[in-house]
Each structure stands twice: as structure tokens, then as C-alpha cells.
Design a protein around this ligand. Structure first.
Ligand code: NDP
Length: 396
């Protein structure tokens, strides 16, 4: 029995993970679940699974969880960010699903790597994580469907951060998001609801907006370079509206290997849970006759500048991707709260990255400081945009 911890269990990836685990009770034991504030959903999961630990990063929500569960349930309820790190390192846990959205998942993911766990990574990787994995000998398995696809197309025995011999480049596919065919001039008026209605995937709110801006592809671009030891020139982004080919790897002999499946996160999750074996995932099998056509086209970075901004950050390296990511998280939140329009997300990120001092990553403190700086600058920029809009409104 493999002991599993699901960090971010109340989210979209977390719930898909529980769905796959439920299909294999003879193989996996759910030891721990964790989230941020959603005490009600975590309580339901505790009652259904009876794990040894349940943690909420938010202390007040953890108190609510204790009240909801009462004394009869033996699950230990933990509170605070440190509790998530504790869970990630627990002796009964062999496998950690890291599915906390954004930079909030950084510490617990690093903790799992440091403890040498089998790490199923839905969060984005950074250089610190790759270094930690190499040092501890942890097994890193990417969950993002694109990186998981690339991993599946690589020869056995790949080392994180090291490109296998004979690899020419990677072709990273993108659905293009809900605004793939929306004219540039119409993007200023698109709503959060429209951005959240992804044509192919059901995902959390932040990543859905990132898919609409193509920032998700940009962050994946950065991560592909890190995970597989590639230069930015070795990664090409292709828009593939059907989301059936999840990415491709081209070799020096001209062979191109691809991984195909229905767009459902349970496939990469099941792959990573059982690797190197294969288990059922509950996903519908692919009917290529029904799919009919597989199309590929170049991304339009004029309409979707976030992709180009992320590619520039990948080329610059160091702390630039950290600042970019932080500014994006703040800008996406402002868009969801209708304080910023859709093109404003890229405007804010560009302004923040341009003002950033960048620099090399010496350690976690540098990453946290750059993350904080990116957030402060993004908030300032958004306030500036909101103020000028108010002034324009007053003069109109
Ligand atoms: P969701 O928004 O659906 O879920 C986010 C999860 O993270 C929730 O469990 C949430 O808890 C938890 N969380 C948020 N903030 C904190 C915090 N400060 N401390 C602890 N837990 C926190 O996101 P997704 O499941 O869509 O995505 C999760 C990760 O996987 C992201 O990094 C995303 O980029 C990546 N990913 C997702 C894919 C998808 O298909 N959804 C595909 C590929 C990658 P609570 O409910 O309490 O707020």
C-alpha cells in the first residue's frame, strides 16, 4: 500500500486525484489531505476517506473543520502553512500530490522533495525544486498534461533538469483558450465568466484565466526548460484546438513522439501515481475517428502578449520568472474581481517585469523576496490603472 498525501485536495486536480485513488483501494491509502479555507469540502472528504491527517492553511478555517468533524472522527486536524510542510514529510506518506494553486504551494512542495518523496507535481517547478530533487533523490513526476506528455515521450531513466541525448526539441501544445478566435479589439470587453469557460478542460479559476491569456502556456514553457534541461530555443509552442495531442518530443533522427488522450487530468494523474506501471483512470478512451481532425497553428503573441512575456522571462532566467509569476497572480485576481480588464493583465505584468531588478536565485529567501516585490509592484500598477480610469470616468 502506498501512502498518499493530496495537497490542494479541494481543488480541481485534488478532486481528480481522489477520483483515481478511489478506483484503486488495494494499491493506495489516502493518509493526508490539505487545502486553504474550504472547511466544508475538506470535512466531506475527511468523512468519506478517514485519512490520518487533514490540514487547512487558514487557522480559522481549521477551527471550523474541527467543529464540523466533532470528537468522533479520529483524523488529526492541523492548521497553518507549517502543517502542510509537516504532512508533506510525514513518514506514512510515500507519495505527495502537490496541487496547491500558485506560489502558496512552494514550501510544501519543497518539503516533499527534501524528504525524498515521490512528488506528483501539478504546481510549477522552479530551479530550487529541481536542485532539491537532485539532492534528495526524490522522484519527480509532472502532472501538468503537457509536461506529463513530454515525460511519457522521453526514454526511461531521465534525470530532472537534464536533456536526454538525441533530443532535438519539444513541441508544447496549447488549446488556445476560450478567446483563441476572438479578434484583438474585442478582448478589452471579455468578462471573467467568459474567460473561465474553457472549451476543453475543467480547471480551477486561476489556471482557467491563465489559459485564456496564454500565460499558462508561458509558465509551462518556463517549466519545460527547467524540468527537461532545455534551452528556450528548444521549446516551440503550437496551438492545437482539439487538446488531444498533449505535447510532442522531436529527436535528432527526425522521429517525433507524441502522447494523446482525452482532455482529462485523470490520465496524467493515474500515470504518475502508478509509474512505471499503468492503471485505469476512469477516463474515456480516445476515439480518433470521432475526433476526426488534429490541427496545429502558431500562437498569436500580438493578441496574447503574456506568452511572449513568459518566453522573455525564460530567456532571462534567474528571478525574472518569479516576478512574472507573482505579477500574474495579482493581475489575474484583479481581473476576476473586475478591477482590471483582460488586456490589462499583460500590461501590468509587462510593467512589473520591466521595473524588476531580476538577478540570480541564491536560495528560497531570494525567491520569496522577488515574489513579494512582484506582488507589491503589480498592486501599485493596478491601483494606478484604476485611478486613471476613475479620473477618465469623472471627466467623461
Ligand atoms: P483550484 O483553484 O481548483 O484548487 C486550488 C487548491 O489549492 C484548493 O485545494 C485550495 O484550497 C488550495 N489552496 C489555495 N491557496 C492555498 C494556500 N494558501 N494554502 C493551501 N492551500 C491552498 O486549482 P487547480 O486544481 O485547477 O490547480 C492546482 C494546481 O495545479 C495549480 O498550480 C495549477 O496551475 C495546476 N494545474 C491544474 C490543472 C487543472 O486541470 N486544473 C492542469 C495543470 C496544472 P481551498 O479550496 O481551501 O481554497
Amino acid at each position: 500500500m502506498i501512502g498518499v498525501a493530496v495537497l490542494g485536495s479541494t481543488g480541481s486536480v485534488g478532486e481528480s486525484t481522489l477520483d483515481v485513488l478511489a478506483r484503486h483501494p488495494d494499491r493506495f491509502r489516502l493518509v493526508a489531505i490539505a487545502a486553504n479555507t474550504n472547511a466544508a469540502k475538506l470535512a466531506q472528504q475527511v468523512l468519506a476517506w478517514r485519512p490520518a491527517y487533514a490540514a487547512l492553511a487558514d487557522e480559522r478555517a481549521a477551527r471550523e473543520l474541527r467543529e464540523l468533524l466533532g470528537a468522533a472522527v479520529h483524523t488529526r486536524v492541523l492548521a497553518g502553512g507549517a502543517a502542510l510542510e509537516e504532512i508533506a514529510q510525514a513518514a506514512e506518506v510515500q507519495c505527495v500530490m502537490a496541487a496547491i494553486v500558485g506560489a502558496a504551494g512552494l514550501r510544501s512542495t519543497l518539503a516533499a522533495a527534501r524528504a525524498g518523496k515521490r512528488l506528483l507535481l501539478a504546481n510549477k517547478a522552479g530551479p530550487l525544486l529541481i536542485a532539491e530533487v537532485k539532492r534528495s533523490g526524490a522522484t519527480l513526476l509532472p502532472i501538468d498534461s503537457e509536461h506529463n506528455a513530454i515525460f511519457q515521450c522521453l526514454p526511461p531513466g531521465v534525470i530532472p533538469g537534464v536533456a536526454p541525448a538525441g533530443l532535438k526539441r519539444v513541441l508544447l501544445t496549447a488549446s488556445g483558450g476560450p478567446f483563441r478566435d476572438t479578434p484583438g479589439e474585442a478582448l478589452a470587453a471579455v468578462t471573467p465568466e467568459a474567460a473561465l469557460a474553457h472549451p476543453n478542460w475543467v480547471m480551477g479559476r486561476k489556471i482557467s484565466v491563465d489559459s485564456a491569456t496564454l500565460m499558462n502556456k508561458g509558465l509551462e514553457f518556463i517549466e519545460a526548460c527547467l524540468l527537461f534541461g532545455l534551452t528556450p530555443a528548444q521549446v516551440q509552442v503550437l496551438v492545437h484546438p482539439q487538446s488531444i495531442v498533449h505535447s510532442l518530443v522531436e529527436y535528432l533522427d527526425g522521429s517525433v513522439l507524441a502522447q494523446l488522450s482525452a482532455p482529462d487530468m485523470r490520465t496524467p494523474i493515474a500515470h504518475a501515481l502508478a509509474w512505471p506501471e499503468r492503471i485505469s483512470s476512469g477516463v474515456e478512451f480516445l476515439d480518433l475517428l470521432k475526433v476526426g481532425r488534429l490541427e496545429f497553428r502558431a500562437p498569436d503573441t500580438a493578441r496574447f502578449p503574456c506568452l511572449a512575456l513568459a518566453q522573455a522571462a525564460a530567456r532571462a532566467g534567474g528571478l525574472d520568472p518569479v516576478v512574472l509569476n507573482a505579477a500574474n497572480e495579482v493581475a489575474v485576481q484583479a481581473f476576476l474581481e473586475r478591477r482590471l480588464n483582460f488586456p490589462g493583465i499583460a500590461t501590468v505584468i509587462e510593467a512589473v517585469v520591466q521595473r524588476s531588478t531580476g538577478g540570480a536565485i541564491g536560495g528560497l529567501d531570494d525567491v520569496l523576496a522577488a515574489d513579494a516585490e512582484g506582488r507589491v509592484r503589480a498592486r501599485e500598477r493596478i491601483d494606478g490603472i484604476t485611478r486613471s480610469a476613475a479620473v477618465r470616468g469623472a471627466h467623461a
